[in-house]
Design a protein around this ligand. Structure first.
Ligand code: SAH
Ligand code: SF4
Length: 351
């Protein structure tokens, strides 16, 4: 069965004639979150039948949804072949009201999505890596994660939100499908989330960062750096043997960054491994000449893990050191910590 969300609007226009029918179907998928072709009331019966025989609208089934005390919700989805992936709806800011009860600020959401079942990169601290690599997700399977989350939470079709490719898998190891999903998300007649609200996070496949840059999609780039010297980085992230820190920095310098944006460097902090101030010092020189923002992440513990969560004190000292030297640095709030929101953790409990 083919997945209808695998097609861009342009491709759907080739597939279904006359073109106004294709546009109606597009609207049913992306604005009305239709679950079946039968629901598409304004389509002729035989077209609905023909589509139902060939295509599915629901490539994902919810296995589980876990709500965290901060309002974030983590989803476990089953794909048509039985494998599972995760996505998380992160509530970044709750609704705020004026005194008269009128809405002052709407809720602000970020959706974290997966790009692969498992991952080939094999980072030592990552639970996704433990299950090995199974397969790439198709563009439609990537897009559907967001669609199902919007449908389940009654989020308006035209509602702005941010997308981060920070779930399971290495997005640049599945670049074609990820690039296609970026375009489908951005389609102004559909979900309409501009690429500058989409962030692709990578473990640092330098050659693919270059390739992504050449595609000039307008997406934001996040680099999972986690270590400032090659020796430690190789231990944490074996991919560093193929693409060392210098090659990543080079690739980032070539990357087309939106003038108002910065490249995000994620730094997963593990106690007594990479939380020393000497690392912060090295970060400053490493990122010299790059419009960068550093995001410190608390290591999220899991059973059998060889690493430990850092102390709050060491996080703040690390951040202060950088901020005082003019390097923008934030500490990622541990959204959904009580539902083990770090990638791979929900899936691991259930397989
Ligand atoms: N493969 C890509 C994107 C998915 S991983 C990448 O590595 O960038 C997304 C983020 O989750 C990465 O920054 C990764 O370091 C982080 N992560 C993995 N395991 C974690 C854990 N146990 N605790 C906290 N964050 C973790
Ligand atoms: Fe893959 Fe990212 Fe996990 Fe590393 S941190 S194993 S690249 S998903």
């Amino acid at each position: 069965m083919k997945i209808i969300q695998d097609y861009t609007q342009k491709e759907l226009l080739e597939l279904v004639k006359p073109s106004f029918r294709a546009k109606q179907i597009w609207g049913w998928i992306y604005h009305k979150y239709a679950k079946s072709f039968d629901e598409m009331g304004n389509l002729p019966k035989d077209l609905k039948e023909q589509l139902s025989n060939e295509y599915t609208l629901s490539p994902l089934e919810i296995v589980m949804a876990q709500k965290s005390s901060d309002g974030s919700i983590k989803y476990l989805f089953r794909l048509h072949d039985g494998h599972t992936v995760e996505a998380v709806l992160l509530l970044m800011r709750d609704e705020e009201y004026h005194e008269d009860g009128a809405v002052k600020h709407q809720k602000r959401y970020t959706v974290c999505i997966s790009s692969q079942v498992g991952c080939k990169v094999g980072c030592a601290f990552c639970l996704t890596a433990k299950g090995g690599f199974v397969r790439n997700l198709t563009a439609g399977e990537i897009v559907s994660q967001l669609l199902v989350i919007k449908r389940e939470n009654d989020i308006d079709a035209n509602r702005r939100l941010n997308i981060v490719y920070m779930g399971m898998g290495e997005p640049l190891d599945n670049l074609d499908n990820v690039a296609k999903s970026v375009a489908i998300f951005a389609d102004p007649d559909g979900i309409a989330i501009s690429p500058n609200r989409q962030t692709i996070s990578t473990s640092g496949l330098s050659a693919k960062i270059e390739k992504l840059g050449k595609l000039d999609l307008g997406v934001n780039l996040a680099i999972s750096l986690h270590a400032v010297d090659d020796e430690l980085r190789e231990k944490l992230m074996p991919i560093n043997k193929a693409y060392n820190i210098a090659s990543i920095i080079d690739a980032v310098k070539q990357f087309p960054v939106n003038q108002r944006k910065r490249v995000m460097f994620e730094y997963l902090v593990m106690r007594d491994v990479n939380d020393d101030i000497s690392a912060a010092k090295k970060l400053i020189s490493l990122l010299d000449g790059i419009k960068a923002k550093i995001n410190l992440i608390y290591f999220n513990d899991f059973e059998g893990s060889e690493f430990k969560r850092p102390t709050e004190k060491s996080m703040i000292e690390f951040q202060d050191y950088l901020n005082k030297r003019g390097q923008l640095c934030t500490i990622r709030e541990s959204k959904g910590l009580d539902i083990s929101a770090a990638c791979g953790q929900l899936r691991e409990q259930n397989i």
